[in-house]
Design a protein around this ligand. Sequence first.
Ligand code: GDP
Ligand code: GDP
Length: 436
Amino acid sequence: MPKPVVAIVGRPNVGKSTLFNRITGSRIAIVEDTPGVTRDRLYHDADWRGCSFTLVDTGGIAVGNDDPLIVQVRRQAEAAVAEADVILFVVDARNGLTADDEEVANLLRRSGRPVILVANKVEDFRDPTPVHEFYRLGLGDPVPISAIHGLNIGDLLDRIVELLPRFHEVDDGEALRVAVVGRPNVGKSSIVNRLLGEERVIVSDLPGTTRDAIDTYIRRDEKEYVLIDTAGMRRKSRIVNATEHYSVLRTLKAVERSDVVLLILDGTEGVTEQDKKIAGYGHELGKASIIVVNKWDLVPKDDKTVVRYEEIIRRELSFMTYAPILFISALTGQRVARILPTVDAVGAAAARRVATSTLNDVVREAIMLTPPPAVKGQAVKIYYATQVKVKPPTFVFFCNRPDDVHFSYQRYLENQLRQAFGFEGTPLRLLFRQSK
Ligand code: GDP
Ligand code: GDP
């Protein structure tokens, strides 16, 4: 992922190269040389508050030197608009506003790019008059600086990183973490590649990738995800045959760190013992899961294929009937676009909190419909329930004889909760406690 580009634009002599040197040569911004033939010393990488960007001094870009100055400046601005994520438009506060400034401002405004208006050569910050007239450019508040004396450069840098594309300063706190797991060769890598290549998805590498998986941050429709890709490691290190032990460990760790598990099956092979084992990790750890049957393009189909396949999966993976099933092909892209919306749905279900009163309405009705069977002639009574946790939703039922609530009755209650509240994709935990 290339770094975002910040371009400095402005008339000659306003102080562009001084500002460039000030930012790149100063110790407040950490500067590293960018090697490469297409880049000369007018490009420099800089780093401010953890955000990296490439600073460009367009004043040094050679554009038809025989042209009148304003044409040169306009071309520089056009070049900046074409390649920059943020534009610093530098004006000279000592000289005041000129017609050329206004022409460049028009061009920049029309570009729709984020522009920071920089009023340079301000040496006295107590006197606001020199910067006032620049409001007329319609580019917002001018940021007064002195490039040569290094005044207010930190504030300018703050403004710059605020405007950098968001995916370069990833805060994945809100993101749903999605582990992509499955046996070797079921198509994990192919699916991840498809997801990353999907239209409308913005991708960024995450720092802190572990040895066990490659984490990739993606954003789609303002929703954020981190893909935890267990196959990616192999892709990166070119180790094709990881040992069985290692891949189990890797899968477990990925599942542990996730909110939602994509369990990938190979549609041509049905459900194998190893698939069951991997599916079990997610279930045991209380993670929401989606069963993704890949290579659907290879499966000979008639009108009952899907139904039959679903029956097989429900039978073989009977402990996770809550998981939705998607039939996809990473090869053709068929239904791959359904994956992230399904992730949203099950992620939301796993995080769902039910109000105690609503919950007890449902529980009371369920008990009225079918009371818990008595054990050894003694009535089993459930008094009330409350949700104590999410991810997975966990409910405590207070009762007189918690050990006597039969497993099949627990199942019944779980089904009633699912009927009432959905909870698609997530396991539920039901705990039974003695009520005093
Ligand atoms: P450029 O043509 O836009 O790249 O402008 P330069 O960076 O070459 O600067 C033009 C002139 O303005 C030089 O003589 C600089 O020393 C001077 N200059 C730049 N920044 C400041 C500043 O903050 N205050 C003052 N007083 N002069 C400055
Ligand atoms: P991984 O080991 O789980 O990461 O699996 P890969 O993504 O490396 O895929 C294993 C093999 O299956 C490769 O040869 C892929 O080209 C192939 N493959 C993956 N997805 C599909 C699919 O949907 N249809 C078909 N026909 N082949 C696929």
